[in-house]
Design a binder for this molecule. Structure first.
Ligand code: IMP
Ligand code: MG
Length: 181
């Protein structure tokens, strides 16, 4: 699997350091309050698991699954809810947690959808921000790293559902797009 990685963009150490910093920032901003973190399946799982342990205030977390991409590296533009929340967001401080904001179409849809459910506040945290590909007007409140217009995998991010378990964020070699392992 790792033979198909052309280069490491963000190392495991850099990820750990950034997650600690984001945890401190979020802890300070929400001090005295309770938080509901909504992780967007499946890419957000490793980031969520690491970040929640660096946030030192009471919190709940829940998941939504949306589909905007097929088995390809290009966005179809269409957003569909595959799994909705088990929890009510009404009167809660809600933080949407994403792996990456690319075109922004997914988050624009999610933000509008959740805003209609009357949360006390609604913010976005994303590990990666790819502003060069933005199509929808959406700005993350917290982000880990701004990255260039390259398709990345690892730390939750996949190509054809593979590579999510890499402990770093990397770029695939062209031949990886022909393979499945
Ligand atoms: P957006 O709606 O275009 O912002 O896309 C958001 C979703 O697309 C993310 O949650 C990812 O699942 C996927 N995505 C976008 N860019 C990448 C990438 O570089 N690698 C892997 N998945 C990506
Ligand atoms: Mg995803």
């Amino acid at each position: 699997m790792e033979k198909l990685i052309a280069k490491v963009l963000i190392t495991e150490e850099e990820l750990k350091k950034k997650v600690v910093e984001l945890g401190e920032e979020i802890t300070n901003d929400y001090r005295g309050q309770e938080l509901l973190i909504i992780g967007i399946l499946k890419g957000a799982v490793p980031f969520l698991a690491d970040l929640i342990r660096e946030i030192k205030i009471p919190l709940r977390y829940d998941f939504m699954a949306v589909s905007s991409y097929g088995a390809s590296t290009k966005s179809s533009g269409a957003v569909r809810i595959l799994k909705d929340l088990d929890t009510s967001v009404e009167d809660r401080h809600v933080l949407i947690l994403e792996d990456i904001v690319d075109t922004g179409l997914t988050l624009k849809y999610l933000k509008e959808n959740l805003a209609r459910r009357q949360p006390l506040s609604l913010k976005i945290v994303t590990l990666l921000d790819k502003p060069g590909r933005r199509e929808a007007e959406v700005q993350p409140d917290y982000y880990g790293f701004v990255i260039p217009n390259e398709f990345v995998v690892g730390y939750g991010l996949d190509f054809n559902e593979i590579y999510r378990n890499l402990p770093y964020v990397g770029v695939l070699k062209p031949e990886a797009y022909q393979k499945q392992e």
